[in-house]
Design a protein around this ligand. Sequence first.
Ligand SMILES: [Fe+2]
Length: 288
Amino acid sequence: MQIEILAAESLGVRSMATFIRTRDLTMMIDPGAALGPKRYGLPPDEIEWQRLRELKDKIRQKLKECDLVVITHYHYDHYDPEWAKDFKGKRVILKDPFNAINRNQAQRARELLKRLESNQIFWETAEEKEIISGTTQIILSPSLTHGPERRFGGVVSVFVKEDGFGFLHSSDLNGPVEEKAVSFIKEMRPQVLFLDGPATYLGPRYGLDFLKRAQKMLQELLLELPLKTLIIDHHTLRDLAWKNWAKPILEVAVQQGTRVLTAAEYMNEEPLLLEALRKERYKASRKN
Ligand SMILES: [Fe+2]
């Protein structure tokens, strides 16, 4: 199985866009990317906009190769409604637009559906679907919660298996902190887990108890699963000091022989935390 993470916070933008090729099919999970509109009270600078353009072009190009597209929820770092017509000829699998969804995402979902329908593009609901194509098996989770707060609605995790090797894309579990999400991951038993991790940069606004709970959940996963690689990115990689939170997890990973990587490192690139470094760039540009 070929797994290519096209965009993520460690690659300079908000995203979890992932391209997968098996012997039987090509697919993309979450074809989109965005920037944090305000970080440290500052808007994105030209360096971030440039990187966003670059990576969105890459995602859109790669999308042309895909037979199947999954959108795990309706946040703009995970899809772009302007690209609806690019889904023509592909199998389109969407997080249930009508159930376990908040008002804002339901509105966005309706807009996407309108665009798909006007282009005669059929779509299917993702939740609890299983797809078998040759030796490839795709399992979509039931609706899982977007982190500690129910008000963000549900997301769908995606598991892909071929030749006994399993990859799991968690989408925005923002933790995991939910028992149901952890059970799904345990049940799938992936060798590679691409996890968004908690929004440590929000600190108490995320919830200090929940940060501890996410640590405990991840330690549990490392102890119970045959994980070769744990990729932590997205929410967690908005924080320059993310390893302070991750330290107890990294210790268990060493014991278990699991590599813990950012998406950039997984792709053999240097991490480039543009959003987390926004304040530093503003400071430097004021000095010049
Ligand atoms: Fe996200």
